[in-house]
Design a protein around this ligand. Structure first.
Ligand SMILES: [Zn+2]
Length: 124
């Protein structure tokens, strides 16, 4: 397979401006075209995506140091992906031991939080 087979003409998912990109799949091509476009929506998307990578790293570091299970961290990664796609604004998880994990999309950035419930409660 030569690289010429990978050349696809596709359009930015937001404004429809076409671009010639090299990609293995249509989805990849669409992504490439969107990442290269400079319409407002595409620029916002590019910024959120970049920040999401940072947020994912920070989140993973913070939660690992709090002994949050690996499975929950990868779940949070998936939730951050949903925020990049503008399908989710905030993700809040509560672990059985009372730890609260929260990631919020704020403008084109993210807020990552961790808290241990200090609440005292008694049931008799
Ligand atoms: Zn565009």
């Amino acid at each position: 397979m030569t690289s010429e087979d990978k050349i696809r003409i596709t359009a930015c998912r937001f404004c429809g401006q076409t671009a010639m990109v090299e990609a293995d799949t249509e989805a990849e091509a669409l992504h490439e075209a969107t990442m290269r476009c400079n319409c407002d929506e595409a620029l916002r998307y590019q910024e959120i995506r970049m920040k999401a990578e940072d947020a994912g790293l920070q989140m993973s570091q913070m939660y690992k140091s709090e002994n949050v299970p690996e499975e929950i961290i990868s779940l949070m990664y998936k939730l951050i992906d949903q925020m990049v796609e503008n399908r989710l604004q905030k993700a809040q998880l509560t672990l059985p031991n009372g730890q609260k994990l929260q990631v919020t999309l704020k403008g084109t950035g993210f807020v990552v939080e961790h808290s241990q419930a200090e609440k005292k409660k008694v049931e008799v």
